[in-house]
Design a protein around this ligand. Structure first.
Ligand SMILES: [Zn+2]
Ligand SMILES: [Zn+2]
Ligand SMILES: [Zn+2]
Length: 319
């Protein structure tokens, strides 16, 4: 069976799982659809492989060898096929553009769903299916020269289209209520894309009252009906929003963009804003009283001195 046929089968079975009344099949829906997307990518790598070795580019390990004519050619080594990281690298060097941001988001949602899933989270599944649909549709038409409706079949296409429409309409309505709130801080506004229900993990979150005062914003989950306050999810939101930056900074030996607040203890002190976005705590001492260097959050305990001056001062006092 060809890879493209496998890919389409997997997506179609995923959509049937999704439509099933048995909600135990939800996890299997997202797994099948995710597997289908990876197979579409592998099909593209096969199409890009040389004519005499159609599976070359889906081999994880490729090495140069000399053929009978003493020319350098490449051959696949072993049976292992490409993982996601290698697909990304090969697409990059072969100029195949994929919306990896969306792909990674779906992957993360899928991993989270496997941990959090309850029968109360149908919208979290709907979100994954809706977002996957866009990736599938674009890849089929942009990179595999296929008419997505024809390839997926009318039933599967219609089901995906409906999920996508329902999801985007609900998402838009929720977004409008969230956008109407004054979120006070830029970093919080940026973090809102990670706002999710703390019960069912859906992103369909509504703000209930326009005149709520930050951070006590009353929220309502459109998926499971759970009511909660922004204050309860602010740490998670900030953490999700800045996780990428934390990782990049750690690799460059830099500092974390946020830390635990001295006042409320939440991990919501944002260095760039110089303030805790949960309790409004600002640093009491901003410059060292001796050398006038800017002070960090940890140096607040020295009551006005930087750690170097504090050290010198303690030494003098001990003498
Ligand atoms: Zn919920
Ligand atoms: Zn605080
Ligand atoms: Zn100093």
């Amino acid at each position: 069976m060809s890879i493209i046929k496998n890919a389409i089968d997997s997506i179609q079975i995923g959509v049937e799982d999704f439509q099933s009344d048995d909600d135990r099949r939800s996890i299997s829906a997202v797994r099948n659809i995710a597997a289908g997307i990876l197979l579409l990518y592998k099909e593209k790598l096969c199409q890009l492989s040389p004519d005499n070795n159609r599976e070359l580019l889906i081999k994880q390990n490729i090495r140069p060898v000399k053929n009978e004519k003493d020319e350098i050619v490449f051959e696949g080594k072993g049976h292992k096929t490409v993982d996601v990281q290698s697909i990304k690298e090969r697409f990059r060097s072969l100029n195949v553009t994929v919306d990896w941001g969306r792909f990674d988001e779906i992957n993360k949602l899928r991993n989270d769903l496997e941990h959090y899933y309850t029968s109360e989270s149908p919208d979290a599944v709907r979100e994954i299916v809706a977002k996957s649909f866009l990736l599938i549709r674009d890849f089929l038409s942009d990179h595999l020269d296929q008419d997505p409706q024809e390839s997926l079949g009318n039933d599967c296409w219609a089901a995906l289209l409906e999920v996508s429409d329902v999801y985007s309409a609900e998402d838009k309505a929720c977004q409008a209520t969230i956008n109407a709130i004054d979120w006070k801080y830029h970093s919080v506004e940026m973090a809102l894309k990670n706002l999710r229900c703390n019960q069912c993990y859906s992103s369909l979150i509504q703000a209930l009252y326009l005149d709520d005062c930050y951070p006590m914003i009353n929220l309502h989950c459109k998926s499971c009906g759970h009511d909660f306050c922004f204050d309860e999810v602010i740490e998670q939101c900030i953490d999700d929003s800045l996780a990428g930056e934390v990782m990049r900074n750690a690799m460059d030996g830099g500092n974390s963009p946020y830390d635990a607040c001295h006042e409320c203890g939440k991990s919501t002190f944002i260095h760039e804003e110089g303030v805790c976005v949960a309790c409004d705590y600002e640093m009491e001492y901003t410059y060292c009283e001796m050398c006038e260097e800017p002070l960090s959050l940890e140096e607040q305990y020295n009551a006005g001195k930087c750690s170097y001056c504090q050290y010198k001062w303690e030494k003098i006092m001990a003498e």
